[in-house]
Design a binder for this molecule. Structure first.
Ligand SMILES: [Fe+2]
Length: 429
């Protein structure tokens, strides 16, 4: 009984912390900014708010608690699959005040369910908690893309100094041979991370850090966006159609290149990983450097595989959950940290910054591992398999610590760059 009530109060505290963050992201924004669809790529922020409530109501109150939906008439409008992003701005959405009420009412129902039933095996609770945390990252993408100010009401942590010497072009060797990939049977993981399986990879080299802004700037100014031979056919036509000449969020000012950050324009920091590049750009950049993007299996091996011990770590540095000196996660960095700023987060092969800072594009198309079983619903990942989505790995500065592991897979289309996406190169050994 004591254990149950301890688990319930821990769950309630986790939910409260996640909610505090959700509300902090929009606290300083005007109603208009919260309610407007700023881009067809992103939902109005107010959609995310009510969607978080609808999801929690469905999974905690109904599926786990056996109750009825609070507002069944809203279910379709706030279902991510039934209502794609591009149309969300045209719907009669709840306004900000209504969405906040909906969030609060559902939360009361959730807490009542937890009191009555405990957390069970914790799986649906974890799904719901991480869902809210992941939407916080999506909301930050929308906030950055629309350049909304003032910045979220978050604590901003001091930025670590640039250690120097990292461009993204330095590499570490990953020995060839068998390793294990994916999430094991125990503990929380998404369906697409399972089953854990063996792969046998030839030796390869992988970037010690992600590619930095300085290195990308050399590419930009060295004709990277003009040299046809570096681009795939699809990438070239995307670049031409959208007149892409530099990463998202960059602009050239009288004083040099600047970059849009969460709190406004700032001079481009040469030491930070480049962010807001599409897969097409990442692929062209790799070709220009006689390199390639890592496959997702290579990425995971470099991030987790301990060759000496013959096993994978849960995190690059070992088993302990993320903390600020090992990885820049949690949003309070307000952007990526300089490449190589967290040597204590090194993976067994010596790669740095595998978790946090920027999502890293891989060459792999998103699909299920052999033996995949959809859980708890097909629309989480299965419906995206084989549809041209590329896998990204490692989370970003805007990912929450709890929602980020080394087996976690993200996916997006190769032309997208609203996501906090960068890259790390790979080479055949
Ligand atoms: Fe969602």
């Amino acid at each position: 009984m004591a254990a149950t009530s301890h688990a319930v109060s821990a769950a309630a505290a986790d939910l409260a912390e996640a909610r505090e963050r959700t509300l902090a992201l929009i606290a300083r924004l005007s109603d208009e900014d919260v309610e407007t669809a700023h881009s067809a790529l992103m939902s109005p922020l107010v959609w995310d708010l009510a969607h978080i409530a609808a999801y929690e109501d469905l999974w905690m109150v109904c599926r786990f608690g056996g109750g009825e939906l609070l507002q069944p008439e809203l279910a379709a409008m706030y279902d991510a699959f039934e209502t794609p992003r591009a149309v969300r701005g045209d719907l009669p959405l709840l306004d900000r005040a209504q969405a906040l009420d909906y969030l609060a009412e559902v939360r009361e129902r959730t807490l009542a369910v937890l009191e009555r039933r405990g957390v069970g095996d914790g799986e649906l609770f974890e799904l719901v908690l991480r869902h809210e945390q992941q939407h916080n990252e999506t909301m930050l993408q929308a906030i950055m893309l629309a350049r909304l100010l003032p910045a979220p009401a978050l604590r901003q942590d001091p930025r670590p100094a640039a250690p120097g010497g990292h461009t993204g072009l330095e590499s570490v060797e990953v020995p060839g041979g068998p390793c294990r990939i994916g999430a094991g049977r125990f503990g929380f993981a998404y369906d697409n991370e399972r089953p854990r399986h063996g792969v046998d990879l030839p030796a390869f080299r992988i970037g010690r850090t992600p590619i930095t802004n300085a290195t990308w700037l050399t590419f930009t100014e060295g004709g990277g966006y003009e040299r046809r031979e570096w681009w795939s056919d699809e990438g070239w036509s995307w670049k031409e159609d959208y007149d892409i000449t530099h990463p998202g969020g960059w602009a050239r000012g009288p004083a040099g290149w600047k970059q849009w950050r969460l709190d406004g324009w700032a001079p481009l920091d040469p030491a930070e990983p480049v962010v807001h590049v599409s897969w097409f750009e990442a692929d062209a950049f790799a070709r220009a450097h006689g390199a390639r993007l890592p496959t997702e299996a290579e990425w995971e091996k470099a991030a987790t595989w301990d060759q000496a011990a013959g096993r994978a770590h849960r995190y690059p540095w070992g088993a302990e959950p993320p903390c600020p000196h090992r990885a820049n996660l949690g949003q309070t960095g307000f952007g990526p940290h300089p490449a190589g700023a967290h040597p204590e987060g090194a993976s067994p092969c010596g790669a740095l910054g595998m978790l946090g800072d920027v999502w890293e594009w891989t060459s792999t198309e998103f699909d299920g591992y052999d033996g995949f079983v959809a859980h708890p619903y097909r629309e989480y990942s299965e419906v995206f398999f084989g549809d041209g989505y590329k896998v990204l790995r490692g989370g970003s500065w805007a990912s929450r610590e709890r929602a980020t592991t080394a087996t976690m897979r993200n996916w997006d289309l190769p032309l997208r760059r609203q996501i906090f996406s960068g890259l790390r190169l790979a080479w055949d050994a």
